[in-house]
Design a protein around this ligand. Structure first.
Ligand SMILES: Nc1ncnc2c1ncn2[C@@H]1O[C@H](COP(=O)(O)OP(=O)(O)OP(=O)(O)O)[C@@H](O)[C@H]1O
Ligand SMILES: [Mg+2]
Length: 358
């Protein structure tokens, strides 16, 4: 007799460890004017986020990032499609979902008329935690976010960077294991962003927090995220690790400089396996290949064999800008500049002091 359980395929490792799952999410807002066509903001989005990873949701203004976050965090209902947090359908028990997640909104939510500490105590109260029990944890959060020295100042006197850090602390006040961050570093200067990344990595590495973050900074997704999904016009157009996405672009560019006056090594380099689009300009050679770093020793050996000395070798991975251009046919910046389509990004201050600054 066949065991009925055996006919159900065993879940894959990714499915077993996935803590956020979107299945064919769709959402269309009512058109702004009567008669305008209804355009989906999110148009069949599916992905899984694994436990303990930083998952980047990358896309230009108006791509559908905030709408997706809202669908995953019970602020909007998917229709149709479904979303699960730790296997729980987000529409079946919204309050349970909210207990399990932390959420930092794209727009600033801290109350300027309260101090930073009061904001955190208030937020903790929403999760049923009394000020007395939560105080030590709030003190440690304030210290971690380098806000102790301003903890008792009204938030309206904070810089933009301080506000952002306070809002991240507020998202963590009930110690969730899953954190949604919508454009957490928007408007921060490079130092402020680096400080934010440090804390986000700390949450992943030492607290085991799974982080879903949206960003339209390509370099941020590249440096911070374990995996990325790129969304454009409500659809996911690519996903994978930053390196996988770059490899799909035909790989790295390798530049080889030989000693001045050395003999031509075009045929030597062209004969190496995996060398594509080889160009020579004087003593410099440039070609593409899938994993540049693994080819470098072979380049050196092959040149040595024909008695040609190498003055330098460099490998360069394509940027995510190039990935985006390749996937969509338009540049990321070009799309990102269409700000009139967006809702809210413009509200963030443009110049903010560095994280940890006064
Ligand atoms: N409340 C709303 N009512 C009507 N349309 C909306 C609303 N919110 C968003 N949209 C539209 O839905 C689409 C997706 O918007 P969404 O805010 O999800 O994009 P986003 O990727 O978060 O953009 P940004 O980078 O500017 O924050 C856009 O065309 C936007 O204009
Ligand atoms: Mg947004």
């Amino acid at each position: 007799m066949t065991d009925p359980a055996r006919s159900i395929p065993a879940p894959t490792l990714a499915e077993r460890t996935s803590v956020i799952e979107a299945k064919d999410l769709r959402m269309a807002y009512p058109p702004a004017r009567r008669g305008d066509p209804v355009r989906p903001a999110v148009d069949g989005v599916s992905f899984q986020v694994r436990a303990g990873e930083i998952f980047g949701f990358l896309g230009p203004n108006g791509a559908g990032k905030t709408t997706t976050v809202s669908l995953l965090t019970t602020l909007l209902s998917p229709s149709p499609g479904s979303a699960f947090i730790e296997g729980v359908d987000v529409t079946s028990d919204p309050s349970e979902i909210r207990r399990r997640i932390g959420l930092v909104f794209q727009i600033s939510t801290a109350d300027g008329e309260l101090t930073g500490r009061e904001n955190l105590v208030f937020e903790a109260g929403l999760y049923g935690r009394s000020p007395a029990t939560v105080r030590p944890y709030i003190d440690s959060l304030l210290a971690r976010m380098e806000l102790t020295h301003v903890a008792d100042r009204l938030v309206k006197t904070y810089s933009g960077g301080m506000r952002r850090r306070l809002e991240l602390a507020a998202g963590m006040v009930h110690e969730p294991k899953i954190l949604f961050l919508d454009e957490p570093t928007l408007g921060l200067d490079p130092q402020g962003r680096a400080g934010f990344w440090k804390y986000i990595r700390y949450l992943r590495d030492t607290q085991g927090v799974t982080i879903f973050l949206t960003t339209h900074y390509l370099d941020e997704a590249d440096q911070l995220c374990d995996r990325i999904a790129i969304i454009d016009h409500g659809k996911i157009i690519a996903s994978g690790t930053p390196n996988e996405l770059k490899d799909r672009m035909g790989g790295d560019t390798v530049e080889v400089v030989v000693a001045a006056g050395a003999s031509d090594v075009t045929s030597v380099l062209a004969g190496l396996p995996g060398v594509l689009e080889l160009h020579r300009s004087g003593d410099q050679y440039r070609f593409k290949c899938v994993r540049g770093e693994s080819l470098v020793p072979k380049v050196v050996l092959a040149c040595e064999r024909v008695g040609v000395e190498i003055a330098g070798v460099a490998t360069r991975k394509p940027s995510l800008d190039e990935v985006f251009l390749n996937l969509t046919g338009h540049s990321y910046r070009e799309e990102g500049e269409v700000r009139s389509e967006s809702n809210g990004s413009d509200s963030a201050p443009a110049e903010l002091p560095a994280m940890g600054g006064a």
